[in-house]
Design a binder for this molecule. Structure first.
Ligand code: HEM
Length: 257
């Protein structure tokens, strides 16, 4: 072991504290920022279905590399999922360090929240609960996207959502991921990014307002898209498994989805 004294006592020689916790904290912020920004993009991408089946089909082909390959390749999506899944697991692992595991720790946290009555402290509890939910629900979704990327498309996704009953999982995952991502980005901005000002309270209030607007906006967008997938899946249930063919042949390139 590199430094056994620090390993046993949590302090190095001369009473110096380890820099590792601060480094881990920074990595938690970096992975959180990547995932938060990714989720905003993701909600726009899945919402392409609001513009019609052709729009979603075309977008799916682009993610499979249709702009630079002769034949779209779903494995490209798997590579992207593997990267996001890895960041997701690292982020969850780093965040778990701060969970109150013992009853005593939980009691201290609860007393802290009720006596101080500070919104940003309460938001930390929201993060812990939504993060815990996402860890299980998000993993199911990511595993499916990783292993069957070829089954993404207007009918394939709608069949999964309606006939395979994924709408139950997505309905719970949606609100937890949006709240978690937006609260997380707000907390990051308070911690690292808000501009210096004579009135920090006002800046913080503005950031919190932006957070609430984003939560409402992405929930409306996400649940609207989910309803459209659900409706397409409902209408398509008798032809479950059939792939979508776009109206315009010019956007059909290679593979049916
Ligand atoms: C590169 C990684 C990802 C890919 C390729 C991906 C892809 C998709 C696709 C294609 C859908 C449409 C429904 C379906 O086909 O099953 C979807 C829906 C959804 N995804 Fe992801 N996803 C990824 C990462 C994530 C992550 C990390 C989360 C959150 C933990 C997430 C949460 C959701 C939710 C809540 C829905 C339903 C919302 C909607 O219909 O707009 N996804 N995703």
């Amino acid at each position: 072991m590199k430094n056994p004294i620090e390993g046993y006592l949590g302090k190095g020689e001369g009473g110096k504290r380890s820099k590792v916790p601060a480094k881990l904290d920074r990595w938690q912020s970096i992975t959180g920022a990547i995932l938060g920004l990714f989720i905003m993009g993701h909600m726009f991408f899945t919402s392409s279905i609001l513009f019609g089946k052709d729009a979603m089909y075309y977008e799916t082909k682009i993610f499979e590399g249709s702009l630079f390959l002769d034949k779209p390749q779903p494995y490209i999506v798997s590579i992207a999922v593997a990267i996001i899944f890895t960041i997701f697991i690292i982020h969850a692992g780093l965040a778990m360090r701060k969970f109150p595991y013992r009853w005593r720790e939980y009691r201290i946290l609860k007393t802290h929240v009720t006596t101080i009555n500070h919104t940003d402290t309460s938001l930390w509890i929201v993060q812990a609960i939504t993060g815990f939910m996402m860890f299980f629900l998000g993993s199911v979704h990511l595993y499916l996207m990783l292993t069957i990327p070829e089954k993404i498309g207007p009918y394939a996704s709608a069949d999964r959502i309606y006939s395979d009953k994924m709408f139950i999982l997505y309905s719970i995952l949606m609100v937890s991921v949006i709240v978690h991502a937006m609260v997380g980005l707000y907390r990051l901005s308070v911690k690292w990014g808000l501009p210096q000002s004579d009135n920090p309270r006002l800046i913080r209030q503005k950031a919190k307002k932006a957070m609430w607007i984003a939560i409402i906006f992405f929930n409306l967008l996400g649940y609207s898209a989910l309803s459209v997938y659900w409706k397409i899946g409902y209408e398509h249930q008798d032809r479950y498994g059939e792939r979508y063919h776009p109206q315009s042949k010019s956007i059909e390139k290679g593979v049916d989805i």
